[in-house]
Design a protein around this ligand. Structure first.
Ligand code: UD2
Length: 347
């Protein structure tokens, strides 16, 4: 009796399971097909899932001609890969023509944030004008300016597809606070405005200007810039936060490089996680009356020790105007201008 009942169930369940299986396979392939298309010009199937994710599947346009790459010849005076195999970008390690043509096809969009609070507004014009000349030229770029002096934001002619957006922020009596609060504002900007609208974001110091190309070679998941002041030093000399009571603490013998607080970026969600973490750690420290040695820069360095950047930009991407150019720096792309701290800081 029991046996007969089981057989009856199997007789009903088996066809139902088969039917569901067939339906799943059919619907799944239909769904996938809907997410791609057949490109008759190249004779290839194009998967929109891959096109949609800006960091995946690098497709070069057909017919592109450029010098043959080599794995035997190249720069020998610098290191161009980290021990975790992230590229370190230097002049002479990439071909801008290949990279631009790949990312043009993806129609990526980039946000840049810059803070100009108090007297730092004086640096904005130069920053914006030189960004128009060198920063992701030919790409969709939105520059977000955070300032307490919106009326003093200079008029700068932006190319088609590029936009300047001004956000008001309160003034502050302490420069440390202005510098550190950037993480919170970047986090909020991503959550409230950029999500689903932008692919990459770069967060830059305003007291700086562009001198030459900063473009698609800098794109990556999490992007850090090597600080120009310490790249030849032993890591025990890096100005990391050294008090174990701070959440930015790095012990002697820890840390890969000393990264800049003045320039970092990457894919939107990577930078969101970085900003959220650094903000929280900064605020938790503040509750215990601790301020890390170099504010958010210390927290960023702590974060990058655990969360390794997937692309590292050489000091070409943030030099300092007061420093003579070292021989390995073939081009300065972005640099901090000379400034009189006593004159421009609120404290
Ligand atoms: C370094 C870092 C900076 C930050 C700081 C530690 C570089 C090149 N610079 O520079 O990013 O990590 O150490 O806090 O890595 N700001 C204002 N108004 C002010 C003060 C600051 O708008 O009154 C903004 C502005 O965008 C400026 C940024 O905060 O570029 C950093 O301040 P800074 O340039 O005075 O910091 P500095 O030179 O010590």
């Amino acid at each position: 009796m029991m046996m007969m009942l089981n057989l009856k169930y199997v007789g009903v369940l088996l066809p139902v399971a088969l039917l569901l299986g067939v339906a799943f396979v059919y619907l799944n392939s239909f769904y996938r097909l809907k997410e791609g298309f057949y490109d008759s010009s190249t004779g290839r199937f194009v998967d929109e899932n891959l096109i949609g994710s800006p960091d995946l599947h690098l497709v070069a346009p057909d017919g592109l001609k450029y010098p043959q790459p080599s794995i035997m010849h190249g720069r020998t005076d610098i290191v161009s890969v980290t021990p975790w195999l992230a590229p370190i970008v230097w002049e002479g390690t990439f071909n801008p023509v290949i990279l631009d043509s790949i990312y043009q096809k993806k129609n990526i969009s980039i946000a840049a944030t810059v803070f100009a609070v108090g007297k730092y507004i004086m640096f904005l014009k130069n920053f914006l004008e030189t960004a128009e000349e060198h920063f992701f030229v030919g790409f969709r770029v939105n520059v977000y300016v955070f300032t307490d002096r919106p009326k003093e934001v200079p008029e700068v002619k932006m190319a088609a597809g590029r936009e300047l957006i001004v956000r008001s922020v309160p003034s502050s009596k302490r420069w440390q606070e202005i510098s550190a609060r950037r993480m919170e504002l970047i986090q909020t900007l991503i959550e409230e405005t950029l999500l689903n609208n932008v692919d990459y974001i770069f967060c830059l110091d305003v007291d700086s200007k562009f001198h030459s190309r900063w473009g698609t070679e800098s794109l990556g998941g999490l992007v850090a810039v090597i600080h120009p002041g310490y790249y030849q030093d032993n890591r025990n000399k890096f100005p990391y936060e050294r008090r174990p009571s701070s959440r930015a603490y790095l012990a002697s013998g820890e840390g890969d490089f000393y990264y800049c607080g003045g320039a970092f970026g990457g894919l939107l969600m990577e930078v969101h996680q970085l900003a959220r973490t650094c903000r929280k750690n900064f605020e938790d420290d503040a509750k215990e009356n601790i301020e890390a040695a170099w504010q958010e820069e210390s927290h960023l360095n702590r974060y990058m020790w655990t969360n390794k950047p997937s692309k590292v930009l050489s000091p070409e991407y943030l030099w300092q105007d007061f420093k003579p150019r070292n021989p390995e720096i073939h081009t300065v792309r972005f640099s901090g201008v000379i400034k009189n701290y006593a004159e421009i800081r609120p404290n």
